[in-house]
Design a protein around this ligand. Structure first.
Ligand SMILES: Cc1cc2nc3c(=O)[nH]c(=O)nc-3n(C[C@H](O)[C@H](O)[C@H](O)COP(=O)(O)OP(=O)(O)OC[C@H]3O[C@@H](n4cnc5c(N)ncnc54)[C@H](O)[C@@H]3O)c2cc1C
Ligand SMILES: NC(=O)C1=CN([C@@H]2O[C@H](COP(=O)(O)OP(=O)(O)OC[C@H]3O[C@@H](n4cnc5c(N)ncnc54)[C@H](OP(=O)(O)O)[C@@H]3O)[C@@H](O)[C@H]2O)C=CC1
Length: 499
């Protein structure tokens, strides 16, 4: 085993995803005369480009995957090591990589992201989508499929059920309405007709974060890459998500249920149970499948219904990649499996920081912010962690970054622009919250969450142009009681009113 040490130790970032790359770049800029190491299991590194502050808290940026040399040309003091960290000794301030190297560190920032939290592990019929490889595997399997099951009701499921064509989709969700991680029942009601309608020929232009993988780089990714970085916005663009059938959208939602059992074809054959045919449009339940229908796997839902399918996509959240780091150390780990970090992105171990999907924000957050494992937050945390590391080294104090004042996320679902602000679903606000709603079918859905006359959060679907005004109203906590429902009156130009 080789040992690489620097006097006093290196400044090391682990992970070449958006959190790690942003942290390493920022550290390199803060310490131009010091070599900083970026150790990553992925063959390419994410980079944020064209960052634009759309409003105080909403950001627009593009993410590209770049080969290492581009980062090193830009920041000659960053040395990239392509290997996975396999162990950490927090007492000795040392880490070991899969390629047998040992490194000592002065400060370490762990940005190793997460992996899909699968409902059934290590089963060839259950896929998760996280990185380029898993997305390509999914695409390959879909191309041969007639019917798949999607389990989960968050971001990935919402994107998949809308994008997939040429394949029947059974979508099994625990909730009464679609998209529980982003929407309440009203917003879900607004969106659901678009799930069933034909897709527009061309996607509507929509301002949001973009993601590109340059073709020449994509080709350079080795087949055996095990820990790729998470995909992100528009990952499916340019990727044909099409099954074998000559159909557009065909999605059947099974509400309020979970996956109870999965049977392989041969197991199912001896059970003498019957599966259901794909339910016709508008009907809740399918008829019994015909005797000729055979499927590689069968799923039994907690509502008793059984469907056959080619495979299952488990879009059921993210499990932080903490194993190599906790093996020999006692970190404070949160209930969701993330490394707990305080308001300076410090873990419970000295000189070790964490950012992005791997960490769980464990400070007392501002009343209008919450953590979600999103691209924007990975970038913000990576940037802020680097600032905190620099402040600690130079003995300065640092204030919490403004981006943690208000939760803000801009994305796109079902080809609609979606902006979520603050406590957009009334998270933790208690019973005295009130909702103001404005909805024009097929056009826009506007929801303001109010408490004691103050706006606490908002959901804006469609081209509402209200994001900046609402952001201001939420941030300045102005008493809006006197406006009542007029606040959302479409005939009042609220932007002019409050600007
Ligand atoms: C399909 C999909 C769609 C998404 N869409 C959106 C979206 O539209 N909007 C949005 O805001 N967010 C989206 N997200 C979430 C977003 O992509 C993530 O929150 C974000 O990329 C997390 O960044 P990260 O740097 O923390 O982790 P990752 O991107 O997972 O990066 C982790 C890095 O650590 C490396 N690594 C892992 N283990 C080790 C180890 N032991 N040693 C060394 N290196 C290691 C990996 O190789 C990788 O480079 C999506 C996620 C997925 C999976
Ligand atoms: N446009 C965007 O902003 C997008 C963002 N993403 C992000 O990428 C990450 C991964 O996405 P995704 O996997 O969809 O994760 P999410 O956390 O968004 O959603 C997971 C979903 O799975 C449900 N779930 C969890 N366990 C089970 C189970 N055992 N059985 C049935 N359902 C279950 C959850 O329900 P419950 O909440 O009740 O636990 C939730 O509905 C997330 O951080 C997500 O925010 C992904 C795609 C698009």
């Amino acid at each position: 085993m080789a040992s690489r040490s620097a006097p006093g130790g290196f400044i090391i970032t682990v992970g070449g995803g958006i959190a790690g790359a942003t942290c390493a770049e920022q550290l390199a800029a803060q310490f131009p005369s010091k070599e900083t190491l970026l150790i990553t299991a992925s063959s390419v590194i994410k980079a944020v480009t064209n960052l634009r502050q759309v409003s105080k808290t909403l950001e627009d940026f593009e993410v590209v995957e770049r080969p290492t040399h581009v980062l090193q040309e830009r920041y000659p003091n960053i040395k990239v090591i392509h290997s996975a960290v396999k162990e950490l000794d927090a007492t000795q301030h040392k880490i070991w990589t899969e390629d047998g190297e040992e490194y000592n560190y002065e400060k370490l920032c762990i940005c190793a992201g997460g992996k899909p939290k699968l409902i059934i592990h290590e089963n060839p019929y259950v896929l998760g989508i996280r990185d380029t490889d898993s997305a390509q595997e999914f695409q390959k399997r879909l191309a041969k499929a007639k019917r798949i099951t999607v389990v989960g009701n968050g971001g990935i499921a919402l994107e998949l059920v809308y994008e997939i064509e040429g394949c029947e989709v059974i979508w099994a969700i625990k909730d009464k309405a679609i998209g529980n991680t982003f929407f309440d029942a009203g917003a879900a009601e607004f969106l659901i007709p678009h799930l069933r309608a034909e897709k527009p020929e061309a996607a509507l232009p929509c301002k949001r974060t973009r993601y590109t993988m340059e073709e020449r780089i994509r080709k350079g990714i080795p087949e055996d890459e095990q820990h790729g970085s998470a995909l992100g916005p528009d990952w499916h663009e340019g990727m044909e998500l099409k099954g074998t059938k000559e159909i557009s959208h065909k999605v059947h939602v099974e509400f309020e249920c979970e996956l109870d059992r999965m049977y392989l074809q041969e197991e199912f054959a001896v059970l003498q149970k019957t599966s259901l045919a794909f339910p016709e449009k508008g009907s809740v339940e399918g008829k019994e499948a015909t005797a000729e229908e055979y499927w590689p796997v069968y799923i039994q839902l907690s509502n008793g219904r059984i469907y056959g399918c080619d495979f299952i996509v488990s879009a059921t959240g993210v499990a932080p990649n903490i194993e190599p780091f906790i093996k020999s150390n006692t970190f404070d780990v949160a209930e969701d499996g993330g490394l707990k970090v305080d308001e300076h992105m410090r873990t419970s171990q000295p000189d070790i920081f964490a950012a992005g999907d791997i960490c769980t924000a464990s400070w007392e957050p501002n009343s209008l912010w919450q953590q979600m494992r999103l691209w924007t937050q990975a970038r913000q945390m990576g940037y802020y962690a680097a600032k905190c590391i620099a402040a600690e080294i130079s003995g300065e104090s640092i204030e919490m970054d403004f981006c943690f004042e208000l939760f803000a996320h801009a994305t796109k679902f079902f080809n609609f622009k979606v902006v979520l602000l603050g406590k957009y679903n009334g998270q933790g606000l208690g019973a005295d919250q009130e909702l103001l709603l404005r909805c024009t079918k097929g056009h826009e859905y506007v929801k303001a969450v109010m408490q004691n006359g103050r706006m606490m959060g908002a959901v804006l679907i469609g081209e509402t142009n209200l994001e900046e005004t609402f952001e201001n109203l939420i941030l300045n906590q102005m008493d809006l009681s006197s406006y009542g429902e007029e606040l959302l009156n479409p005939n009042i130009d609220i932007e002019d009113y409050f600007d």
